[in-house]
Write a protein that binds this ligand. Structure first.
Ligand SMILES: Cc1ncc(COP(=O)(O)O)c(C=O)c1O
Length: 459
């Protein structure tokens, strides 16, 4: 397949988005009315017409996360090579439930994951799978950790245990764990929120205290989650200290590096993740800082046998396991039928090369520093500390909801607000687009500084 025609289309879309509105002002009745009027499905329509109408809906009616001035929630702009990967996946539709149904796809994924596992410092016999995203990877981690800690869990369930299992994560960790505790039968109250220090990283003393209290009360601590790049503020928990603690206490250490994990390939940022190599399991999303389209998480696990036990399945209707060093994704992950998730990352890595990726990531980290400095120079107060490009900021008397409504109405940028450690809302801007330039950063800071100065003068 020659990619030239597609590349022209990709560039045209990127350019239209960069020069258009970022935030839609549409209402549910407007969209529903359009769909009800044009799509009764009673008669066939020309595909070109439908595609053109769908494109028009997507252009007008979404927050454009691929816009250069989208400073949002880890949704990246996508590289062209990764888009080609998704197209090929859809056209060939390989089935990745078993190795036998698509040896090519399985080996491409294994090769790609092996490259990243080595960067993360995991041993050669670690196992990794692509997932739908970070939430599924985190779910996998909890299931495997339970399976390792409590051999009876798989057959007889939590009711077979002699106490209530408990897991630990900082109050700033991702809230997928709350849902996971619900889904796995642990119950949401099994999740302990550990206090954070001034820099929003986990307080190891509070962790030790809570684990001890739970043990004394007859509960069963089994897992600690460290976050490498919290969603709100990009904080990186003390991973090396966590690894020591978990080893001494025989607890499973999972590192949720859904966004920040990509920093491992950057010589400049890698030291901030020191200790991740000791994790029992790691979440790292390709569809965040690796800039590929949605639906691409990764789960890495040091304990191959426990993972195989956790996701074991026996049926006569599935093809038999292929002999040798192969594994079937349906018996080593949450999903059964699975799409070729890994191709978009493989194609992008092969095309841009490791150096190309390092450049993309370090450039965005540098732009984060530019953003921090420009905001400070303009009189804003920066309220988080991280080497990653998430900047949380505020100024006296700021009403974040009102500020954001004005920002969206002016179509200047997309950013959000957040409460750090339960405090008052502050603004959150994350450089997460390969398309963002220094000029974009400066233009946004100029705009918001002028506007909010005017607003405070008026008040
Ligand atoms: C730290 C962290 N973990 C997990 C997730 C969930 O990932 P996903 O949305 O890919 O399921 C996110 C999402 O932003 C995240 O920031």
């Amino acid at each position: 397949m020659a990619c030239d025609g597609l590349a022209a289309k990709f560039d045209e879309v990127a350019s239209a988005i960069a020069h258009g509105a970022i935030v839609p002002g549409v209402t549910p009745p407007e969209i529903r009315g359009h769909l009800a009027e044009h799509y009764t499905f009673a008669t066939p329509r020309a595909l070109d017409d439908v595609v053109s109408d769908v494109e028009s809906m997507l252009r007008r009616w979404q927050v454009h996360v691929t816009h250069p001035r989208y400073f949002g929630l880890f949704n990246p702009s996508v590289t062209f090579a990764s888009v080609v990967g998704d197209l090929l996946t859809a056209m060939y539709n390989p089935q990745l439930a078993t190795w036998r149904t698509s040896p090519a796809a399985n080996e491409i994924e294994r090769h790609t994951l092996g490259w990243l596992a080595a960067k993360l410092g995991l041993p050669a016999d670690a196992i990794a799978t692509f997932t739908s995203g970070g939430a599924e990877a985190n779910l996998s981690a909890v299931i495997v950790a339970l399976t390792r800690a409590f051999p009876a869990y798989g057959e007889d369930g939590l009711r077979a245990l002699r106490g209530a299992p408990v897991m630990y994560l900082s109050g700033e960790a991702h809230h997928s764990f709350s849902k996971i505790a619900h889904m796995t039968g642990l119950g949401r109250s099994a999740v302990r929120a550990i206090a954070v220090r001034d820099d929003l990283t986990m307080d190891l003393e509070d962790l030790a205290r809570q684990v001890e209290d739970d043990r004394r009360a007859g509960r069963l601590p089994f897992m600690v989650v460290g976050t490498a790049g919290t969603t709100s503020a990009g904080a990186i928990d003390p991973l090396a200290g966590l690894a020591r603690f978990c080893r001494d206490e025989s607890l499973w250490l999972h590192v949720d590096a859904a966004w920040g994990g990509a920093a491992i390939i950057s010589p400049r940022l890698k030291p901030y993740l020191a200790g991740i190599e000791h994790a029992d399991s790691i979440t790292c999303d390709a569809h965040k800082w690796f800039s590929v389209p949605m639906g691409a998480g990764m789960f890495f696990c040091r304990h191959r046998e426990t993972l195989s036990e956790a996701f074991r399945a026996e049926t006569s209707y599935m093809p038999r396991k292929t002999a040798g060093e192969t594994f079937d994704p349906y018996t080593s992950s949450v999903q059964w039928s699975r799409r070729f998730v890994g191709l978009k990352l493989f194609l992008a890595l092969a095309h841009y090369g490791e150096a190309g990726y390092v450049e993309m990531i370090e450039r965005q980290a540098r732009l984060g520093d530019v953003l921090r400095d420009a905001l400070r120079d303009a009189g804003w107060r920066i309220v988080n500390r991280t080497p990653l490009p998430v900047v949380c900021f505020t100024r006296d008397g700021l009403d974040t909801a009102e500020f954001l409504a004005g920002l969206y109405a002016r179509q200047v940028a997309w950013m959000s607000d957040v409460r750090l450690a339960g405090g008052a809302p502050v603004l959150r801007a994350c450089v997460t687009s390969i398309r963002t330039t220094e000029a974009d950063v400066q233009a946004v800071v100029d705009d918001i500084s002028a506007t909010s100065t005017l607003a405070s003068k008026a008040a």
